[in-house]
Design a binder for this molecule. Structure first.
Ligand SMILES: Cc1cc2nc3c(=O)[nH]c(=O)nc-3n(C[C@H](O)[C@H](O)[C@H](O)COP(=O)(O)OP(=O)(O)OC[C@H]3O[C@@H](n4cnc5c(N)ncnc54)[C@H](O)[C@@H]3O)c2cc1C
Length: 297
C-alpha cells in the first residue's frame, strides 16, 4: 500500500474577527473545532500532515495592538503577537537591549520562514524544542492574554504544561509578549545543536544570560535555559544558585554544567538519543556560560 507522508491540506473555514472580543467569543464557543493562528508555520504543517483538523482557523494577526513593537526605557519591550521574527531581530531596540532575543530569532529555520513565523506562535506551540523560548524565559517574559473574562498576564515561567500544552483556555488569545528592562550590561548566548544549519529543530538548545551582581557572593548572576531535553522548556535554577554562591572559575562553570545535565530528562527520538542529549547539555552549557563570562569581563 502506498503511504502518503504529505496529505493535502484538509478543508477549513477561514474566520477573520474584527475585534479581540469577537475572536475570544468565537474560539470559546468552538473549543474543539476552532484554532487561532498567526504565521501559520506550525498550524498549516500540522494540518497538512494530519495531526490537526480544525473546522475553523481564526486569524488573529490583525487585532488591536498585535502588530506593535514598542520599547520604553522604563517599562521595557512589548512585542505584539503578530510581529514576525525578522521584524524582531531587525529592531534597533531589540539589538541594543535584548540582542540575545535577536540571536534566538535568527536561529529559527530560514529568513523566508521568519517573515511569517512569530515568537508568540513559537511559545503557544509549546514545543520543548522552540528556539526562542530560552531567551524569552531568561528575560522574564510575560504574556498578555485576552480571554472571555477580559485581559490577564501570565509569566512565561508558569505557562508551559507539557509538549504542546500550555495554560491557555478556550477563547484565550495571546496579544503580546512583554519583557522588563534587562539587568544592566547583561550578556547572552544561544547555542543550537541541530542536524543541519537550516530548517531543523534543536537536538539541544542552550541559552545563557549573565550579568555582574553585587548582591551575590560570586559577584555574578547567570541564568540558563534548556530546549529539547525535557517535556517543557527548562530553566535550571540550580545553575543560577551555584554560580551566585561560588566564585566563578572554569571549574565552577564545569560543575554548573554538570548540574544542568543532571536537571534535564531528555528522551530518545529521531534527532538524538537521551544519553547524547545529556552529554551535549553539559558540553554546550560549559561553552555558553564560559562565553558569557568572558564577555562580562
Ligand atoms: C520548515 C519549518 C522549519 C521550522 N524550523 C523551526 C526552527 O528552526 N526552530 C523553531 O523553534 N521552530 C521551527 N519551526 C516551527 C515554527 O515555524 C515556529 O514554531 C513558529 O514560531 C510558529 O509561529 P507562527 O506564527 O507561524 O505560529 P502558528 O502556526 O500561527 O501557531 C502556532 C501555535 O500557536 C497557536 N496560536 C497562534 N497564535 C496564537 C495566539 N495569538 N494565542 C494563542 N494561541 C495561538 C496556534 O493555534 C498553534 O497551536 C519550523 C517550521 C517549519 C514549517
Amino acid at each position: 500500500m502506498e503511504y502518503n507522508t504529505h496529505p493535502a491540506l484538509p478543508e477549513f473555514e477561514y474566520i477573520r474577527p474584527a475585534t479581540l472580543a469577537e475572536a475570544s467569543d468565537f474560539l470559546s464557543h468552538h473549543p474543539d473545532t476552532a484554532r487561532p493562528f498567526l504565521g501559520g508555520t506550525d498550524v498549516f504543517v500540522r494540518m497538512r500532515d494530519g495531526f490537526m483538523k480544525p473546522d475553523f482557523l481564526v486569524d488573529v494577526k490583525n487585532l488591536d495592538g498585535t502588530n506593535e513593537l514598542r520599547f520604553d526605557p522604563q517599562a521595557g519591550l512589548t512585542i505584539g503577537a503578530a510581529v514576525n521574527m525578522n521584524r524582531v531581530s531587525a529592531s534597533p531596540e531589540v539589538q541594543t537591549h535584548y540582542p540575545l532575543l535577536a540571536e534566538a530569532c535568527r536561529s529559527v529555520a530560514s529568513y523566508q520562514l521568519r517573515t511569517r513565523a512569530t515568537i508568540v506562535g513559537n511559545l503557544c506551540n509549546a514545543s520543548p524544542a522552540g528556539d526562542t523560548t530560552g531567551a524569552c524565559l531568561v528575560f522574564d517574559g510575560v504574556l498578555h492574554i485576552h480571554g472571555v473574562d477580559g485581559l490577564r498576564q501570565e509569566p512565561l515561567a508558569t505557562f508551559f504544561r507539557g509538549p504542546g500544552k500550555t495554560t491557555l483556555k478556550p477563547g484565550d488569545i495571546v496579544t503580546a509578549l512583554h519583557f522588563p528592562i534587562p539587568p544592566e550590561h547583561c550578556m547572552g548566548k544561544y547555542i543550537k545543536l541541530g542536524r543541519n544549519q537550516l530548517s531543523d529543530l534543536a537536538i539541544v538548545g542552550v541559552t545563557a544570560l549573565g550579568h555582574k551582581d553585587s548582591t551575590t557572593s560570586s559577584g555574578y548572576r547567570f541564568r540558563l535555559a534548556l530546549a529539547s531535553v525535557a517535556p517543557v522548556p527548562l530553566m535550571v535554577t540550580e545553575v543560577e544558585t551555584y554560580l551566585a554562591d561560588n566564585p566563578v572559575t572554569p571549574d565552577a562553570i564545569h560543575e554548573a554544567a554538570r548540574l544542568a545535565a543532571e536537571a534535564c530528562s531528555p528522551i530518545d527520538d529521531v534527532r538524538g538519543s537521551a544519553r547524547y542529549r545529556k552529554q551535549m547539555v553539559r558540553n554546550l552549557s560549559v561553552k555558553a556560560l564560559t562565553e558569557v563570562w568572558k564577555k562580562l569581563n
